[in-house]
Design a protein around this ligand. Structure first.
Ligand code: NOJ
Length: 621
């Protein structure tokens, strides 16, 4: 469909890209797509977004938007009949961040033998597959997401033999291992980049260069371009300036990546988590981005690469060359893709990826990670429900609240920790009773929280340090800067795993590379193992329930109530489950609450009211 200034909004949202981009812009403005779907505003022409956005979008941005909508692929996947049952739809995944999981050799840094030591623990939760964040050789500008050699292991983490052992020890326990492949960029210390800097034209064409930078900004603050005197050119880096973007339009680069992926699959890895894989294809000529649209979506320039012109083609090629021959699973990190464009990537007839991560529920509409605001869990519910109901049977959602890139969700909802047990169990209830594949991030199963860092010197993450520097120069007061850093830093999720109450939380017997949360004396695996009512044992109960009842995996999802206070839904096939959740710290009366006893609840005493953050699952006839 050709989109012009005269196209009505309700027609624009009929294509996958129109749907997702308009949804995304409205979301950033704190609005919902339903204003277009369900109110007369849908009859307005696309140009009227200017007034809907209350002046945030100007004429130039509207033109840029129209050009963007006209330039994206809009192939729809065909409807499949019913759900294909597959192991990964039934599986529970556990994400390990190796640097912070378990140190086996007393250097203060987690490592592969440390993970192996704890595999029985992970399995004891009922976990079927592990996603391990990168362990490849790296100068560590971004904790391993800057790879220097894709076939070697970071010495701090161990050896290739250790990784081979990790794979086989997972398999012995009936678990799969997926590894975290960073295909969008390499370290500037990678051999390919060093050869490029030496002027080898073959390797220069592995990366993206410009004589004069465009206006794209990096995810980690500042320009996305770094000048190299060796070539007298600027190289693109969407992330840290040591993470240089690869040129996926070069077939040789794609071949190198496929060889690397096959190397790991041949070693026995069961698949991949693909780092920012939706960014691999960039618009030809790398044109300037529209600053307004960029800011609304996230960063200037993003409209030219968040679902680039050849993304689907390259993913299909990757699938054909690597995944299909090995029967491998893949989950792609795809920030910015909405439901409809995600259907293009994960539809089961599309032969691209198995699943993807999308992040809109992680911050409230219109808010970003470093913003100061009180997170309202009820505001993430519409987004979660949409993925349950609109993503279609041919795609399968991922379910997660935590990962290594975000502060802990329990602390966002309940910063004081007053409802620590109830909130963590409430999140677990959603994780294991919604439709999709649950991903547990290390430590969520014991309710690990954000850490009270007291000074910038305690932070380690490059993004945090860059943002701190940028904010410090922006006129904000020191205390405001610190508040924002504390609100958004990824280091909250990267502090050591809390195994016990000893000095270094049982993570290491020497001082760890990053601060230990003082609350490890009360929040730790050892103590929770002994407490039948702990968050840890609650995770086990819910995972066991999910495994016992396939309805909680494949059953239909029906929303019964989604308000500022309550979420209630039903999962059904030949059995029926009702899940009812109080999203507030207040007691609430609700006629939805059955008189019968729940199968599992975060409150053991029966009550007619819904208790603060109560989350219960009932079997109904
Ligand atoms: C996403 C990863 O999850 C994050 O940790 C990393 O910094 C960026 N991609 C860049 O690789």
């Amino acid at each position: 469909m050709e989109i012009t200034r005269k196209t009505r909004l309700k027609d624009v949202i009929k294509t996958p890209s129109g749907h997702d981009i308009i949804a995304r812009l409205l979301y950033s403005l704190g609005m919902d797509l339903d204003v277009i779907r369900k109110t007369p505003l849908g009859l307005l022409k696309i140009g009227s977004l200017k007034s809907l956005s209350m002046g945030k979008l100007n004429d130039r941005s509207i033109d840029a938007l129209i050009a963007l909508l006209g330039s994206l692929n809009d192939e729809e996947a065909s409807e499949s009949e019913g759900i294909n049952e597959t192991w990964w739809k039934e599986a529970v995944f556990y994400q390990v961040y190796p640097r912070s999981f378990k140190d086996s050799n007393s250097d203060g840094i987690g490592d592969i033998p440390g993970i192996i030591e704890k595999l029985d623990y992970i399995r004891s939760l009922g976990v079927d597959a592990i996603w391990c964040s990168p362990f490849f050789d790296s100068p560590n500008a971004d904790n391993g997401y800057d790879i220097r050699d894709y076939r070697e292991i970071m010495p701090e983490f161990g050896t290739l033999d250790d990784v081979k052992r990790l794979i086989s020890e997972c398999h012995i326990r009936g678990m799969k291992l997926i590894i975290d492949l960073v295909m969008n960029h390499t370290s500037d210390e990678h051999e390919w980049f060093r050869k490029a800097l030496a002027g080898d034209p073959q390797y220069m064409d592995y990366y993206m260069w410009k004589d004069t930078p465009n206006n794209w900004t990096s995810f980690f603050a500042g320009s996305a371009w770094r000048y190299f005197s060796e070539t007298d050119k600027y190289a693109l880096h969407l992330f840290a300036d040591k993470q240089i973007d690869l040129n996926w339009d070069n077939p040789q680069v794609r071949k190198e990546m496929y060889d690397i992926a096959n190397f790991w699959l041949d070693l026995g890895a069961d698949g991949f988590r693909l780092d920012v894989v939706s960014f691999i294809s960039k618009k030809e000529g790398l044109p300037d981005g529209d600053p307004t649209i960029g800011k609304l979506i996230s960063f200037t320039g993003i409209e030219h690469y968040f679902h680039g012109p050849h993304l689907d083609e390259y993913l299909r090629e990757f699938n054909r060359e690597c995944l299909a021959p090995h029967g491998a699973y893949t989950v792609g990190e795809c920030p910015g893709n909405g439901i409809m464009m995600s259907r293009m990537i994960t539809g089961n007839d599309r032969e691209e990826l198995s699943q993807l991560f999308s992040f809109d529920h992680i911050d409230n509409p219109g808010k970003k990670r470093f913003d100061l605001y009180d997170f309202d869990p009820s505001k993430m519910i519409p987004e979660l429900v949409r993925w349950q109901t609109e993503y279609s049977d041919r795609c399968w959602p991922t379910l997660f609240f935590d990962n290594h890139d975000n502060p802990r969700m329990c602390s966002k909802i309940d910063p004081s920790g007053h409802y620590h047990g109830a909130v963590n169990k409430m999140l677990a209830m959603m994780l294991f009773t919604m439709r999709g594949t649950p991903y547990i991030y290390q430590g969520s199963e014991i309710g690990m929280t954000n850490c009270q860092f007291s000074d910038i010197s305690e932070f380690r993450d490059i993004e945090t340090l860059n943002v701190f520097e940028e904010m410090t120069g922006s006129g904000l007061s020191d205390s405001d800067v610190m508040k924002r850093i504390l609100a958004g830093s990824r280091d909250h999720a990267r502090i050591p795993m809390q195994w016990n109450s000893s000095e270094n939380a049982g993570f290491s017997d020497t001082a760890p590379w990053i601060k230990v949360n003082p609350n490890h004396t009360s929040i730790n695996v050892h103590d929770e193992e002994l407490d039948t009512d702990s968050i840890l044992n609650y995770y086990r109960k819910l995972i066991a329930l999910r495994k016992q009842h396939k309805t909680l995996v494949y059953g239909s999802f029906k929303k019964l109530r989604s308000s500022k206070k309550i979420l209630a839904y039903e999962r059904a096939d030949d059995e029926r489950f009702l899940i009812i959740i109080n999203l507030t710290p207040n007691e609430i009366r609700s006629s939805l609450k059955p008189l019968s006893r729940p199968l599992i609840s975060n409150y053991s005493q029966p009550s007619r009211k819904l208790m603060p953050y109560e989350a219960s699952v009932y079997m109904i006839s």
